[in-house]
Design a protein around this ligand. Structure first.
Ligand SMILES: Cc1cc2nc3c(=O)[nH]c(=O)nc-3n(C[C@H](O)[C@H](O)[C@H](O)COP(=O)(O)OP(=O)(O)OC[C@H]3O[C@@H](n4cnc5c(N)ncnc54)[C@H](O)[C@@H]3O)c2cc1C
Length: 333
């Protein structure tokens, strides 16, 4: 069993398989711990799915019992328990917890020979998991034709995580500031780390002739003015991923795509870690039990509120949302 990518999707899959005694190996282009651009917000469902005992988690873990939403200048306090971790620490912990060997190697070519997948003429496996995120080579080589990505669902982001003695330990989210088709965030981590960032829909920005840096500057000015980060000097980095679309084929033969490789981030809050974990566990289940691998079982939305879901989705994806919301189908061949 070969798992390409050791992020939350790949390590969840490996964790479940290894616990049942399946021989597997993870291959990742980077060695762990590695930097992964991400705000590092995780939901209670992620903690549950991964059976994390928070009291014995050895790294930074912060829980919030309320979030601050700022929408068109109006502040709303939302009571909800959520958590933050640092991906640099969390992903390494998850991948080591699997007990599975992890090779550092950038996968490029994949072909099928009989019942085996041959990866870069270096690995041979009966089952192959594509957990390589947005740039996953399993997606690129085997799934792209079946699941072309919808450009309307592509996000563009900028973020920075840094040591900071913050005084406000609340999690703040600003939606649609100055018409930005997305949101910006201020997410404290335990023991003096902070993540700030901005993420929005690439095609809408393009349509408006705007660039994300303009909105990044708005965020920086806001943090200075409000005193959240009065003295910060920033050098953010960018990354892109896809919100949930129709996934026609999550499985083709004995190859699977999971997490960002399949484009599973939620359509309201752009949450990607939860769907990555769920899909990784589901792919393991399909291999272990022969269960159907149907991504339709993975929630498309984070929020329980229909009004929140629909309004955020409308702001992010606009009129395209119906066309892009068709049913997911698992294809096995
Ligand atoms: C700025 C930003 C902020 C975000 N904030 C949040 C948040 O707060 N909460 C949330 O739930 N989601 C958030 N997301 C989304 C979330 O980060 C992703 O959805 C999640 O990481 C997906 O996990 P994954 O395991 O599918 O992919 P990844 O975490 O991207 O892991 C993929 C792995 O594959 C490896 N890989 C890639 N190509 C190859 C190759 N050719 N060969 C071998 N290995 C390869 C990579 O090195 C990487 O380790 C954010 C995303 C961004 C960009």
């Amino acid at each position: 069993m070969l798992i390409v990518g050791g992020g939350p999707a790949g390590s969840s899959c490996a964790w479940k398989l290894a616990r049942k005694g399946v021989d597997c190996r993870i291959v990742d282009a980077q060695s762990f711990p590695r930097t992964k651009l991400c705000a590092g917000w995780i939901t209670p469902e992620v903690v549950r799915d991964l059976e994390i005992d928070i009291s014995s988690y050895p790294h930074r873990f912060l829980s919030f019992d309320r979030l601050y939403f700022h929408i068109y200048g109006v502040g709303i306090r939302v009571n909800s328990v959520q958590h933050s971790i640092r991906r640099f620490e969390f992903d390494e912990w998850l991948v080591r917890r699997t007990g599975v060997p992890v090779d550092t190697h950038t996968v490029r070519e994949i072909r099928k020979e009989g019942e085996y997948y041959i990866v870069d003429d270096r690995y041979r496996a009966r089952y192959l998991i594509g957990a390589g995120g947005t740039k996953c080579p399993v997606y690129r080589n085997l799934f792209r034709q079946a699941n072309p990505r919808a450009k309307e669902l592509q996000t563009v982001t900028l973020e920075q995580e840094f040591p900071y003695e913050y005084h406000d330990r609340g999690c703040h989210l600003w939606f649609f500031e100055r018409g930005f088709p997305g949101y910006s965030w201020y997410v404290p981590k335990a023991d003096g780390y902070l993540n700030v960032g901005i993420g929005g829909m690439a095609s809408q920005l393009k349509h408006r002739g705007e660039d994300i840096w303009r909105h990044w500057d708005v965020l920086v000015r806001r943090m200075r003015r409000s005193g959240l980060v009065p003295d910060g000097s920033f050098d953010p980095k960018g990354y892109s991923y896809y919100l949930r679309s129709e996934v026609r084929a999550g499985r083709i033969g004995n190859a699977f795509i999971v997490g960002d490789s399949a484009g599973l981030a939620t359509r309201d809050l752009c949450e990607g870690i939860g769907p990555a974990v769920r899909s990784g566990l589901m792919a393991a289940d399909a291999i272990l039990t022969g269960a159907e691998y149907s991504l339709a079982a993975i929630p498309r939305y984070t929020s329980d509120s229909r009004v929140v879901r629909r309004s955020l989705e409308f702001m992010f994806v606009g009129r395209e949302r119906r066309r892009l919301a068709r049913t997911d189908v698992a294809v096995a061949s």
